[in-house]
Design a binder for this molecule. Structure first.
Ligand code: SF4
Ligand code: SF4
Length: 370
């Protein structure tokens, strides 16, 4: 395993780490986590929102006896804890759920608005609550943020000096966060990559369009090149992989073989090949974000990825309602979708020419939104 400093936190984390939102059951979660620890993975990212609240419990139970081998991170949305006492209550509840005495890191979850950052930093606000928890020993190493906003907001968060790490969505297919990653790295802030396989799209074995990402000889799926693309970027501290099986942990660890020699040329080559990819089975949302500026307050980018994964994972049509609801655990998605007036401004910007409005209509119908 390779380790990199997580910003200025004083700790080094493995370049591959645990995302905890896709474990199929507790027993598998336990086996995945223990296998990963055996291989040297040492960072767990979790949240109360994953797996209907079971992620914290399963992850905590699996690592409890090996607590000293792992850095455990949990998170809260600012809206759930706008004041210091609220975040303290969240931390205590989450520690209890995980069965742990302390977290190593804590994240301001889903930072996407300037007001949220401003409010989080006020006296007796979110950040003050986390700092107090740090002084009291409930958080051992530091505070980070997970991010879905503009470059300006990202810089403001980094420049606040309050955060030792930032978690961003980034992968070979969707590289919009690349300037933010470089900025964080230049300021000594660790970068944690979520969505390293584009929500599973780059893990697909079947599509020949992704064959250039396979290991030579075709023995490994496209995840091989997709993860090595991330490892080859020194600005990325770690990538959190949403493991669903022990075999995937072994596969992810295998991608580190000979990775030291890979650099900018390797990454540029993969980028140019990726840009030439046309999926053979129709067009897919690549998560590029070109559609993200909705004047009516809906977020079509996120929604289109939810609908894309619905297709990719071949979820049954009758389960669409549950699928959408499960992807928005902290938001009233019916209320959000009702804001979309189907003006199609987002659709005009889609380079994949996807019928965004039609997808939104389908989602509205599943949720009973008029
Ligand atoms: S169709 Fe219009 S209102 Fe609906 S998400 Fe797209 S831009 Fe927003
Ligand atoms: S729907 Fe189109 S524009 Fe929006 S993120 Fe997906 S590919 Fe990009």
């Amino acid at each position: 395993m390779q380790y990199r400093p997580l910003g200025n936190s004083g700790v080094k984390v493995s370049v591959i780490s645990f995302g905890s939102m896709r474990y199929p059951d507790e027993e598998t979660a336990c086996r995945i986590l223990n296998r990963g620890l055996d291989l040297g993975l040492n960072y767990v990212d979790t949240s109360s929102g994953y797996i209907d609240g079971k992620s914290e419990q399963w992850s905590g139970a699996a690592i409890r006896r090996r607590r000293g081998e792992v850095y455990f991170s949990d998170k809260s949305a600012w809206a759930s804890a706008p004041k210091a006492d609220g975040v303290r209550a969240n931390i205590e509840r989450q520690l209890k759920a995980a069965g742990l005495d302390y977290f190593d890191f804590y994240q301001l979850w889903g930072l996407d608005k300037e007001e949220t950052l401003r409010e989080a930093l006020v006296k007796r606000g979110f950040v003050a609550g986390v700092r107090k928890a740090q002084r009291d020993g409930l958080i051992k190493h530091g505070l980070g943020f997970t991010f879905h906003g503009t470059p300006k907001l990202f810089r403001a968060a980094v420049d606040s000096g309050e955060f030792c790490c930032a978690t961003v969505s980034y992968n070979l297919m969707n590289r919009a966060e690349e300037p933010n990653i470089a900025y964080a790295a230049s300021k000594g802030v660790g970068v944690i990559v979520m969505n390293p396989l584009a929500g599973g799209l780059l893990g697909l074995a079947g599509d020949p369009a992704l064959d250039f990402l396979r290991r030579e000889g075709g023995k490994a799926g496209p995840w091989w090149g997709a993860l090595r693309f991330l490892h080859a970027n020194p600005g990325i501290t770690t990538s959190i992989v949403g493991f669903t099986a022990v075999a995937e942990v072994n596969q992810a660890a295998s991608t580190l073989k000979g990775v030291q020699g890979l650099g900018e040329d390797y990454r540029a080559d993969l980028v140019s090949r990726m840009d030439g990819v046309k999926f053979t089975e129709g067009h897919f949302c690549t998560g590029c974000g070109y559609c993200k500026e909705c004047p009516h307050g809906f977020k079509p980018t996120r929604f289109m990825q939810v609908m894309r994964d619905f297709e990719i994972y071949r979820v049954k049509a009758k389960d669409l309602t549950h699928w959408i609801l499960s992807k928005y655990p902290h938001q009233n998605i019916r209320e959000l979708m009702a804001k979309c007036c189907e003006c199609a401004q987002c659709q005009e910007k889609c380079p994949q020419h996807l019928e965004i409005v039609e997808s939104i209509r389908k989602g509205k119908a599943a949720l009973g939104v008029k």
